[in-house]
Design a protein around this ligand. Sequence first.
Ligand SMILES: [Ca+2]
Length: 462
Amino acid sequence: MLFTALLLANITAIHIGIASTDEPTLSVDPPSIIDPTLTPGKFFSINVTIANVTDLYGFEFKLHYNTTILNGVGVVIPFPDHSSKLSINDTEGIVSVSVTFQPPAEPLTTTDPVTLARIFFLVTALGRTDLDLYDTTLVNSEAEVIPHLVEDGYFSNLPLPPVALFTYSPLLPHVDETVTFNASTSYDPDGTITRYEWDFGDGANATGVVVNHIYTVPGDYTVNLTVTDDDSLISTTQKTVTVIKHPVAFFTYSPAAPLINEMVTFDASPSTPDGGHIVNYTWNFDDGSSVITEIDPITNHTFIAPGIYDVTLTVTDSEGLTNSTTKSITIVKASSSISISASPTTIKVGEDTTISGSITPARVGVTVTISYRLSGEATWNTTTVTTNSTGGYSYTWLSSVAGDYEFKASWPGDTNTLGDESSTITVTVEAAATPPYALYIVAVIAIIVLTATAIYYLKKKR
Ligand SMILES: [Ca+2]
């Protein structure tokens, strides 16, 4: 009668992988035996358990195993009052169990797993095998089939591969910086690691637990670590190492010799990011003005006082790296010129001449010093005049002594402009006026006539 029920039960057995249900579940416990120490000649056992069952009064199952690895050596049913049919077929690898409780046994009701059978194996070789429960049947005290789930088991005594793990430092290395790779966190669960091999992703390789490497080009590198254990099993892991490089700040400016209040153009476009791109340019003009940050590499600035300014450019790239460069810029005063002329340039003693000129660019109301001297004298006489509304000046000089006179003009400059001194011009002063030439001629003629007349009369007397 029980056997008849078994055939029907197969339909209701569902194999699942993970126990996460309140349904009756027939399981191999432990579900997985992975133990390289279970070498040939050793014994181990598994339990077949039932959980979440009510009113269990009989069960039947078969368990299949790989006979090249295991031999079934025994089955124990841990219930005192039952009848059973137990068999082990070591040719096909089948353990068959059929149990029916007998009075005075009570039906089994349990939530927690309860062992229905313990099965012993002898290990005969290295390998792996499923411990496959099938043809399972559960019946209650009324000989009714109890629907249930089934969970298979697994056995392996194969050597375990190692586990490859590594760290590296620094996490964001720069070009030409030493990067230390450390594989000491790698391990072998059933032995030891005998070899560490590194592929740095840039064509370079190394061996060893801890190795150093230097990248010379920025970029992303896939670093592979391969570890080998004492069973010659290998395992590989990889990480991407990003190598960065600081940008290089560089700028030009024009004009080369800027003047006060002259717009100076700064151009940072020759800066190079060396990986990524430059996201902004920060300028410190060293003149007390605000530090500015711009996206455009070109900016203009005007210095309002003469001096030497250490202009600093800082570039920031898309990797968050910065670099700075400084150039000393000399801001000079604008030059000026002062002209001079005399009108007239030749006068006689007692006459005057007008000394005039102008400052370029025009400077209004500034003091011009006019210096003059008789040629050959060591010292200059000076006088000052003030420029008019167009930057011109004028000075009237009255002569008193004949001779050649040198004149020059100068101004000292102002806050934004350098002063200048003119060239030297010459004014000729002649002696005072002489008697008229005609009168002189008449006098000479008269003398000649008188002389001639006198000679005539003297000769006539003889
Ligand atoms: Ca191993």
